[in-house]
Design a protein around this ligand. Sequence first.
Ligand SMILES: *[C@@H]1O[C@H](CO)[C@@H](O)[C@H](O)[C@H]1NC(C)=O
Ligand SMILES: *[C@@H]1O[C@H](CO)[C@@H](O)[C@H](O)[C@H]1NC(C)=O
Length: 470
Amino acid sequence: MRMKNKYRKPTTLRCNAGTRCSFPVMVWSLVGCLLMLHLYSLVCRKHGVGGEIQMRKDHHHPLFHELEEVEEEDIRIPPPKGKRSPRAAKRRPKRPTTLIEEFLDESSQLRHVFFPDEKTAIHPMKDATNESFYYYPGRIWLDTDGNPIQAHGGGILYDEKSRKYYWYGEFKDGPTYHAHKKAAARVDIIGVGCYSSKDLWTWKHEGIVLVAEETDETHDLHKSNVLERPKVIYNEKTGKYVMWMHVDDANYTKASVGIAVSDSPTGPFDYLYSKRPHGFDSRDMTIFKDDDGVAYLIYSSEDNSELHVGPLNPDYLDVTRVMRTILVGQHREAPAVFKYQGTYYMITSGCTGWAPNEALAHASESILGPWETMGNPCIGGNKVFRQTTFFAQSTFVLPLPGLPGSFIFMADRWNPADLRDSRYVWLPLTVGGAADRPLDYNFGFPLWSRVSIYWHKRWRLPYTWKEKNQ
Ligand SMILES: *[C@@H]1O[C@H](CO)[C@@H](O)[C@H](O)[C@H]1NC(C)=O
Ligand SMILES: *[C@@H]1O[C@H](CO)[C@@H](O)[C@H](O)[C@H]1NC(C)=O
């Protein structure tokens, strides 16, 4: 029921037919409003553009600009194999296979596109010409002895003492097989491969720094088990190099982290123990050492439906009781964490086994969250390239000293038919510009800078970076 309010102030703009109605006031109010709106939009736009230019200045090193050019790929799916009868041709045409199906098909005519053969291998000793220092994502990459680098699911440590980079990863140079009918393709544990480099291109094999257990079947690292995604950080307080990894049984039911330690970046690492961190299942994982020396474990949990993050003890040999649940219900794995100008960023993949899927970038003010999902960071290639992280899966993001805002995105192009022949996809990653997906907690305003990973068939780091770092 509508009550008449006798105390209501009469408004000047009440405009009933035949009553006092000030038309000029109305018009001028309207004009005023429009002017205000126009001014507001002008200010907004100027602010936006100015903001972006400033961001670019702050966030992108000019030496990196040429790597931010968008490079397209045009890959045609070949016509279907085999003869088709004229009768079949009359029927509805067969749905063309997708590029992802071609990628997973061992006998695909496009095999050489995804897995170029050894003739095109990157050979740092032989290619000391004008091909030097070029990365060719997906090509076989040889070490200084001429053997394919075996450091899958890897990560890189920069060692201040030796002033070298150390690349650790799964050494998978063994036969691929299935433990039973329903099991995923696997290679027995051989150990963690280690490679050293000053220029991030010429890698010397430093050996297998954590080796599998051959005989004791009860050992976590018995060859029949699983060792994935080893990552190493240095502890200033103890002077030890600490390795964390995903340790599992062949059926992925153990879902634990393993910890190993060494006095030297080139090992040998002593395996300490495994555990379910905070009492939870833990599969794909990474560790991140913050500027203040506090390190964190980030792992997929609750059957990969969410991620957990928590600080390590001061000696980095265990987690603490602090743990936060992040990206709940988002089903992400393969986390790669990095930090820029006080903001934490993370790249993750979806959970589709060895098959590639879409990467997502996430950002947070605090490593413990809340984390926000910003969208797919991949730029260039073609649509399928972008939807499959360039047919690869994230494993690590390496900051480039001297090039603030510039990183190397490291990913694995898994070859489930022959896992040892999985390839590395390294690409330039930059932070800057506006995010392109409306976010959950900020009413659609982009709070975070965009994370961009640029596809390149062939690229290299700026010259001056190398000179400074050699
Ligand atoms: C090296 O550079 C020269 C001149 O730019 C070019 O002709 C030659 O093909 C290059 N060699 C390789 C191996 O790319
Ligand atoms: C893995 O699962 C298969 C089939 O369910 C079973 O036969 C096998 O014993 C299991 N292996 C391990 C190591 O648990």
